[in-house]
Ligand binder design. Structure first.
Ligand SMILES: [Zn+2]
Length: 475
């Protein structure tokens, strides 16, 4: 009897102790930094925490102050034991990169810019640099452009690092300054000053495409190329004089005539291959009344009334069909009764990427000659495109087909520009893509007011992005 009781007591104590030990182990696990990424939930939650901190770092460009974002990444890398490099292109304009070594296949860069565009506080309902949760959205400048994507790159990168499995290629995390002002203190500067980052790099994953819902259809757009900015100044000169005695011609009248000509879109439409592919992709998604026009865009574009209607309905789609110039800045006299000797305008031209900027400038210089208006180049990029015929494009596509079997996946041409033109110039296949699904209405908040990201869509994109990258870097 006594022995039985003793044994029971012993067993009870043992059970009690082992429960206590299990509790202690669980407690210790919970103390371990949550970025242990032991499961999907932890990865999502850690990424979301990072995003909230990152949004609160004010990297408005100008002036940029990207050093603050770089310090944020630096602290994470130090905690995780990841080696990194930092380079400053100008005071407080820092760039950071880190590399996980892998096999000999061409490396991939996960590229993000850390700066954001300025805000107009009068139109914001929340503090733009305070991560604020409202109705399932996280509000803050940069949530979509592109701190959300930046954190998604970080999460994938940290996860690859923690896995300690052999990669088939190097994976490079690169966070750069100044994209919002042209990238000349960021990627542009790094190419000249740290070319080693780009050695043996075959691929870049950057911003520029995502998932969206159009006419109740889920579509993913992977950006391959963009229109090329050619920013020009038009200058007219003439006799100055008094406003009370108008001359038959002056700097101002010459400029007005020239701009009037430009306003009428003198550039004939031409459908290049990538735009044709994009419209074919869109034909499955646009409403049925436009579907066949989009499918036959090459033919239908020649009808004069079509192109005007297209511009009225979708300025974005219209601008993919030709070179364009927007008249954005004007300057003439600084006094109402003085006819100035000089008047100028700045025009934002975007040309299709099958043409060289120099040829376009020559052409527009000739066009302006009869108006006695001179053309000066302010800025122009060179033109380059990526293709759908690469392993990265195919990996993105096949991953999306597995994740979202009913979705439409189309190669995108865009009218804006990102840092991808720098890397495309180096011959690196560069894709603008993040698998996050964003409702169409959210896009106008980018560079606008009350920018925000849907929290559950963000968390899902963290896992989806990792699935794509994982498929690409493990054999
Ligand atoms: Zn951006």
């Amino acid at each position: 009897m006594l022995a039985k009781e003793k044994a029971l007591k012993f067993l009870k104590t043992k059970m009690f102790l082992s429960i206590k030990i299990i509790k202690i182990i669980l407690f210790l696990i919970s103390l371990y930094p949550i970025s242990s990424f032991a499961n999907n939930l932890q990865m999502e939650e850690q990424a979301y925490k990072w995003l909230k901190t990152y949004i609160e770092i004010d990297t408005t460009n100008p002036p940029g102050n990207e050093i603050k974002a770089v310090n944020f990444y630096k602290n994470i890398f130090m905690k995780e034991g990841i080696k990194f490099n930092i380079a400053e292109s100008a005071k407080n304009r820092s760039n950071i990169w880190a590399r996980i070594k892998g096999g000999n296949k061409p490396a991939i860069i996960l590229l993000q810019h850390t700066d954001v565009v300025p805000v107009d506080l009068n139109y914001w309902d929340t503090q733009p640099f305070k991560a604020t949760e409202i109705d399932g959205h996280l509000h803050g400048r940069g949530a979509l452009d592109m701190k959300g994507t930046g954190i998604s790159h970080l999460a994938s990168f940290i996860k690859l690092h923690k896995n300690k499995k052999n990669l088939n290629r190097d994976v490079i995390f690169l966070a750069t300054a100044d994209e919002e002002a042209g990238g000349f203190f960021g990627v542009g500067w790094l190419i000249d000053n740290h070319p080693e980052i780009f050695d043996n790099v075959g691929f870049v994953l950057n911003e520029g495409g995502s998932g969206r819902i159009v006419n109740n259809k889920l579509v993913f757009e992977i950006e391959l190329t963009q229109k090329v900015p050619v920013w020009l100044k038009l200058i007219a000169t003439g006799n100055p004089g008094h406003g009370s005695s108008p001359q038959s011609s002056s700097s101002v009248t010459k400029l007005i005539d020239a701009l009037h000509f430009l306003k009428e879109n003198p550039f004939p439409p031409r459908i290049i291959g990538s735009v044709d592919d994009y419209f074919t992709g869109l034909s499955d998604i646009v409403s049925s009344e436009h579907s066949s026009d989009y499918k036959n865009i090459k033919k239908i574009i020649k009808k004069d009334d079509f192109i005007k209607k297209l511009q009225a309905r979708s300025p974005f789609h219209h601008s993919l069909t030709r070179d364009t110039c927007s008249i954005t800045r004007l300057n003439a006299s600084n006094k109402i009764n003085v006819v100035p000797a000089t008047a100028w305008a700045e025009i934002d031209c975007r040309i299709l990427p099958d043409k060289k900027a120099e040829d376009f400038i020559k052409n527009i210089t000739n066009i302006m000659k009869p108006f006695d208006v001179k053309v000066e180049k302010i800025m122009a990029f060179s033109s380059a495109s990526s293709t759908t015929e690469t392993t990265l494009y195919k990996t993105i596509k096949s991953s999306l087909e597995e994740l979202y079997p009913d979705s439409f996946i189309i190669p995108r041409v865009t009218t804006g520009f990102t840092d991808s033109h720098f890397t495309r110039d180096l011959g690196i296949q560069s894709y603008g893509f993040n698998p996050i699904i964003i409702p169409l209405t959210e896009f106008r908040r980018i560079h606008g007011n009350n920018e925000r990201i849907n929290i559950s869509a963000f968390k899902k994109s963290i896992l989806d992005q990792y699935k794509i990258i994982e498929k690409f870097v493990y054999d």
